[in-house]
Design a protein around this ligand. Structure first.
Ligand SMILES: Cc1cc2nc3c(=O)[nH]c(=O)nc-3n(C[C@H](O)[C@H](O)[C@H](O)COP(=O)(O)OP(=O)(O)OC[C@H]3O[C@@H](n4cnc5c(N)ncnc54)[C@H](O)[C@@H]3O)c2cc1C
Length: 458
């Protein structure tokens, strides 16, 4: 038998909000969030009765928590479900434990997907400054590290506590761990079969993220729900991920694992899209290939069969070309080529590179000009063909996802009325540097506003 619980009293949520807003002390907020977390983690008894909410959010990660909190604070009765025991694990491990929670330079240009313009609307309506203001209100310290990237001073846990506090303000109910076994839409109501029994709502938000890092809870549920309702999904693929190489020249390089240097890396998309994408960042050699920010960035644009190009000496002191520097050295130096090169490259890389050509293993004064010219050119246009990526186990994000043509860019509602997709499950993928969290906050915010409007209209 269905039991319909009346809509929550928005005044209660508002009162709780005012109380908390008066407590600017972050330790008070954190301790209340922790208490609430332990209450929510306790197994709720299964009554066998159908519970009713204004909206159900699946996925208590960055986007799901933020959306639930925002919608709850607008008086909606929200249920947040996650199959993991721990909340927001990706936030906890992000940014080396300090969470690069946004980037002050965020625009739609730092995102990829079939429609790179799709994210414009949500990003414009919830900006990095909005999230920064929220952090300031909660007294959370942060700093800029590199190119507009903002990190917590203390720990990523501060962001998790902030989101939990926001959910508490919104009196969000959270079922965790709780698996979702079935989703159906009957008479415009979404009915879910879960570990804790059946539950229903007029609106369903899917915030299940991508497939990256399966060991902390990633699953394909979001894509399955989309397909169930005949919504297209752009094939997911690992992104912001190290690249691996096999065969030609590469066998010499495992010994370089750990070597890092600043480079320019670029790729040109095939099939008529000749635009080059390039990044100037650090490169890191690994046991199986290449990583570091430069390669993580370019990996999001990489497809099987496409070569990448790396300029190993992108900027040289004084702007002098490497070729000119080597020819100048030739006239005055008797040192080995590797030793001369070590002024411009890490010594281990210079040594390994020159080992590939017998002509380069002698004193620089004995090397023909042509060979030095070719060396300089090869180092500035190292073209190599990745054999693959390290896969979802190492990928920071998943590119592809729910096709944006199926979604409203204003509300994130799909063509299936009442069904929304937010965060990484959508075919919107940000560069490295805080953009993915900004998309999570912005898409969650746009969706929460829409949930609230739609509930008011109902
Ligand atoms: C190691 C690492 C570091 C990162 N660092 C940064 C960074 O510093 N800055 C940045 O901007 N981005 C970073 N990212 C990317 C960022 O974490 C994600 O883009 C962001 O978390 C996406 O938010 P989301 O809410 O869409 O998904 P998630 O945060 O992944 O949340 C999805 C939630 O859904 C739940 N879920 C999944 N399947 C089910 C199911 N079947 N049933 C119920 N619940 C389910 C999961 O348990 C999870 O809690 C990093 C990612 C990784 C892996």
């Amino acid at each position: 038998m269905d039991r319909f619980v009346p809509r929550d009293d928005a005044a209660l949520a508002l009162q709780s909000h005012r109380e908390l807003a008066n407590h600017e002390d972050p330790s008070v907020i954190a301790s209340r969030a922790a208490t609430w977390q332990s209450i929510c983690l306790r197994d709720a008894p299964y009554t066998g009765l159908m519970e009713n909410f204004d909206a159900i959010v699946i996925g208590a990660g960055a986007a799901g928590l933020f959306c639930a909190g925002q919608a709850g604070q607008r008086g909606l009765r929200i249920l947040l479900i996650d199959h993991s025991a721990k909340v927001a694990e990706k936030i906890r491990i992000s940014g080396g434990g300090r969470c690069n929670f946004t980037n002050t330079g965020t625009t739609h240009a730092q995102f990829l997907g079939e429609n790179p313009n799709f994210c414009r609307s949500a990003l414009a309506r919830y900006t990095p400054q909005d999230f920064v203001d929220l952090l300031k209100r909660h007294g959370i310290g942060f700093h800029e590290k590199h190119k507009g990237q903002l990190f917590c001073d203390r720990s990523a846990q501060d962001i998790i506590d902030l989101l939990l506090a926001q959910c508490e303000l919104g009196r969000v109910q959270r079922w965790q761990p709780c698996a979702v076994h079935d989703v159906a839409c009957v008479d415009s109501l979404y009915r879910l079969q879960t570990d804790r029994g059946p539950v229903q709502a007029r609106q369903l938000v899917v915030a299940t993220g991508g497939l990256s890092i399966p060991k902390i809870g990633a699953s394909d549920l979001g894509y399955r729900i989309a397909r169930q309702f005949d919504l297209r999904v752009i094939p997911p693929r690992p992104a912001l991920v190290p690249l691996v190489f096999e065969g030609s020249r590469w066998p010499d390089y495992p010994a370089l694992a750990g070597v890092a240097l600043p480079v320019r890396v670029s790729i040109s998309a095939k099939a008529g899209k000749s635009r080059e994408q390039a990044f100037e960042e650090d490169l890191l050699f690994t046991h199986r290939g290449l990583s570091g920010p430069a390669v993580l960035q370019i990996s999001s644009y990489w497809q099987a069969g496409l070569p990448i190009r790396i300029a190993l000496t992108p900027h040289r002191p004084g702007g002098e070309s490497l070729q000119a520097a080597l020819l100048a050295a030739k006239s005055v130096s008797r040192r080995k080529v590797a030793n001369e090169l070590a002024q411009y490259l890490p010594a281990r890389l210079a040594e390994a590179w020159t080992l590939t050509d017998a002509k380069l293993q002698q004193a620089i004064c004995d090397v023909p000009d042509k060979a030095l010219g070719k060396l300089a050119q090869d180092l500035s246009q190292w073209e190599l063909l990745p054999s693959g990526t390290e896969g979802y186990g190492k990928a920071e994000v998943t590119a592809g996802g729910v096709d944006t043509r199926e979604l409203s860019s204003q509300t994130l509602e799909s063509k299936q009325s009442g069904l929304y997709f937010i965060g990484e499950v959508v075919d919107v993928t940000g560069w490295l540097g805080g953009y993915n969290f900004q998309w999570a906050w912005a898409s969650a915010h746009a969706c929460a506003m829409a949930l609230s409007r739609s509930s008011a209209d109902a």
